[in-house]
Ligand binder design. Structure first.
Ligand SMILES: C[S@@+](CC[C@H](N)C(=O)[O-])C[C@H]1O[C@@H](n2cnc3c(N)ncnc32)[C@H](O)[C@@H]1O
Length: 465
């Protein structure tokens, strides 16, 4: 073992003191920004303090200035610091009981007998257990090797609970390795139907296959395609989970490299890929599914560009898709607007999970229902008809004597009206449009006599030939 030199010890001590000073300043600025009028110094603006705070967060917690600012901007200053603090603390170790092989109660008893201290995670899950302490490595107990449980973070239960796959369905897990969610889906479907577990990374599908075998999932087909090849490869699914490749800003406590290894360009490329994948996920749905028709889009990132930004894009590109309730009991509502960006009004139905709020990794979960295009067509038709009707009513309001029923006398009056007194060449474009609208309006009246119709037709031809 190499002992640190006196010089190294001194440097460490100085750095420690420096860090304490920076953390003290972070706390001070948060307090000042919390009641700005009361605490601010005379010559300093809010922007000054905020800039200093972001610089201090970047240096104290070790994020690139770009990422520190990106994450900071999503929260109030005090919540931001709570978020950055929580990323420094490891999350609890948790496992999911595999109901294909055991019951949670039996598993808990077996592990307690081996000297594991544990408790159910919470009321919201019937399969999760939190491990507090253990005399044995939980990743190598006989129960683990026999496939009675999966080491899995609670946040990764949530997309599967939202997807709610049913027995006998046909389900796609588009980006599935190493298979925590695939195996949970398989269990919820009681080993019936089929789960296509896809991942573009062939190396990662090895651990996926190993987990599928260990956990006894017999309804899983493992495949290795770029998700963007769906539904060309295979489509017609009742449900699709897209647990998308992401920057991992929700799992910093597990992987500290996220703090420094993503540039602005990486974020742009990722959200572009996520947008392509979500459209493929939507297009892989059988819109006539009797039981399903749902896509769940989730990420382990908290950045808006990878979450609400992607869902909003999908809603714009696919008008036959709507956001629905995730069915999850907790979580913070997704943003309908933030930093000058406006998202779909239903974005509040999506759910965000944060380490500092929920003591679990940061996660985003959204659930989309994909409707048949015929429903969309009807909806569009109805919307169009409504729009036409509204326009017509508006015009009626604007026109004197708009409520016209036609008879011969009125037709006579009309003959003497603007349509006949103006020559065609004198009509402006607007007048022509008005004239055309009037004629279309007239033609929709049911009490027109054939003679009147003929007369109208003459008018129409006159204006538009
Ligand atoms: C967040 S991880 C999935 C975790 C997995 N759902 C689970 O619960 O164990 C994202 C996965 O996306 C895969 N991936 C990346 N690009 C992809 C693409 N274009 N198509 C399909 N999968 C992709 C990665 O290999 C990675 O395994």
């Amino acid at each position: 073992m190499v002992l640190p030199t006196e010089e190294e010890k001194e440097r460490e001590a100085t750095e420690g003191q420096d860090a304490q000073v920076v953390y003290g300043r972070i706390r001070d600025i948060v307090r000042i920004l919390g009641d700005f009028r009361r605490f601010k110094a005379a010559n300093r603006s809010r922007a000054d303090y905020t800039q200093q705070l972001i610089a201090d967060i970047s240096s104290y917690y070790g994020y690139t200035p770009f990422l520190a600012e990106k994450l900071f901007s999503m929260f109030s200053p005090d919540e931001a610091v709570a978020f950055f603090d929580a990323n420094e603390t490891p999350r609890p170790v948790t496992i999911r009981a595999n109901t294909l092989k055991t019951r949670r109660r039996d598993l808990a008893q077996a592990l307690i007998n081996r000297g594991v201290s544990l408790e159910p995670i919470g009321k919201w899950t019937k399969v999760g257990l939190q491990i507090f302490d253990s005399n044995v490595p939980v990743g190598a107990t006989p129960e683990y090797l026999a496939g009675h449980y999966m080491l899995q973070s609670p946040s990764s239960f949530l997309p599967v609970m939202a997807l709610d796959p049913q027995p006998n369905e046909r389900v796609l897990d588009m980006a599935s390795a190493p298979g925590g969610k695939t195996s949970y889906m398989s269990a919820l479907m009681q080993n019936t139907g089929v789960v296509f577990a896809n991942d573009a990374n062939a190396a990662r599908t090895k651990s996926l296959s190993a987990n599928v075998h260990r956990l006894g999932c017999k309804n899983v087909v493992v495949c290795t395609h770029d998700g963007r090849q769906f539904p060309k490869v295979i489509g017609g699914f009742d449900r699709v989970l897209l647990d998308a490749p992401c920057s991992g800003t929700g799992v910093v406590s597990k992987d500290q490299s996220v703090k420094v290894n993503k540039t602005e360009r990486d974020f742009a490329l990722l959200s572009h890929l996520q947008k392509q994948l979500i459209l493929c996920a939507i297009d892989s749905i059988n819109t006539k599914s009797a039981t399903g028709g749902f896509v769940v889009y989730s990420t382990c990132s908290v950045t808006v560009d990878e979450d609400e930004g992607v869902v909003d894009y999908a809603l714009k590109k696919r008008p036959n898709v709507k956001l629905v309730d995730t069915g999850l009991e907790f979580g913070v509502e997704g943003f309908t607007n933030i930093g000058g960006k406006q998202f779909h009004k239903d974005m509040h139905l999506t759910r965000r999970f944060y380490p500092h709020v929920h003591n679990m990794e940061g996660f985003f979960v959204s659930k989309l229902q994909v409707l048949p295009r015929s429903v969309l067509k009807n909806k569009l038709q109805q919307a169009e008809e409504k729009e036409e009707n509204d326009e017509r009513l508006e015009e009626d309001d604007n026109e004197a004597g708009a409520d016209v029923t036609f008879n011969d006398d009125e037709d006579k009056a009309l003959m003497e009206s603007e349509y006949f007194t103006l020559t065609r060449n004198c009509l402006t474009k607007t007048q022509k449009t008005n004239a055309a609208n009037k004629k279309l309006e007239v033609s929709s009246h049911s009490n027109l006599k054939p003679s009147n119709l003929f007369f109208r037709l003459l008018l129409y031809i006159r204006d538009f030939t």
